[in-house]
Ligand binder design. Structure first.
Ligand code: ATP
Length: 246
């Protein structure tokens, strides 16, 4: 098993946002975690990536096993440094005053002491440009001048530059026009099929998430209420009513 989340709780002060959730991901899978506003999706991803919200420390209990070993005491930068996982955060957070290429370059920092860094960088960049030709066309353009969809592509590209084969995405469909959204998910599926990259995607947009992932979990106010294959979830009356518009 690549990732096993065991009875994870996350609290902000005396507010408990996650009440002990458990789920797992095998290497090579595409899994989704769907849930409405405030269900605890971002808290889950931040906890897995060992990040915390700048405005409020998260107190966590339970366990997160990566290939059988607990990472609860591991620093976020160690996960990146060792190419274990990378997060595409909500809101993208790319550097607006740097070009596309500079944003990508910066993301490959974990290879800075590697004697093969130039070759590794150009291979990874080629992969990103192959997946997202728009980024190649705009490689000298500053991040802030990209459209929302292009910024999302850059945020995904940046995680690929880390060399991680497990990527997590926080609401990648947010604010994207349908065409760009499907372009993004097609690229992610290619990554999974051709590079065996494992993907965890959290989404409020259950329809697109269940089309994209093979399996999923439904998170409701800090608890996982149901799970199953995407077909099972899409046919589940409760999921249909609450997340798929009836
Ligand atoms: P959204 O889709 O709106 O981003 P989410 O599913 O990602 O929501 P979280 O952002 O993880 O949900 O929030 C889960 C719960 O934790 C919510 O009830 C939220 O109000 C609470 N919460 C988040 N951040 C804090 C904080 N800094 N202080 C107190 N409560 C917080």
């Amino acid at each position: 098993m690549l990732l096993e989340v065991q009875n994870l709780t996350v609290s902000y002060g005396n507010i408990e946002a996650l009440h002990g959730i458990s789920f797992n991901i095998e290497r090579g899978e595409i899994v989704t975690l769907i849930g409405a506003n405030g269900a605890g999706k971002t808290s889950t991803l931040l906890s897995l990536a060992r990040l915390t919200r700048p405005e409020a420390p998260m107190v966590q209990a339970g366990d997160i096993l990566y290939e059988g070993k607990s990472i609860l005491k591991t620093d976020a930068h160690m996960l990146i440094q060792n190419h274990l996982m990378a997060l595409v955060p909500e809101g993208r957070h790319i550097f607006g005053n740097l070009t596309v290429q500079e944003n990508l370059q910066l993301a490959a920092f974990s290879y800075r002491r590697n004697p093969r860094r130039a070759a590794i960088f150009s291979e990874a960049q080629e992969l990103v440009f192959d997946l997202f030709p728009r980024l190649k066309e705009r490689r000298k353009q500053r991040g802030e001048l990209l459209s929302g969809g292009e910024q999302q592509m850059l945020a995904v590209g940046r995680t690929l530059m880390t060399g991680s084969d497990f990527i997590m995405l926080d609401e990648p469909s947010m604010g994207l026009a349908p065409k760009l959204m499907y372009e993004m998910f097609r690229a992610l599926r290619r990554l999974n099929q051709e590079k065996n990259i494992t993907i965890l995607v959290v989404e409020q947009n259950a329809k697109v998430a269940l089309e994209f992932a093979l399996r999923g979990y439904v998170l409701k106010t800090g608890e996982i209420i149901t799970s199953g294959t995407s077909e099972e979830l899409a046919a589940n009356p409760e999921v249909k009513k609450a997340y798929l518009g009836g």
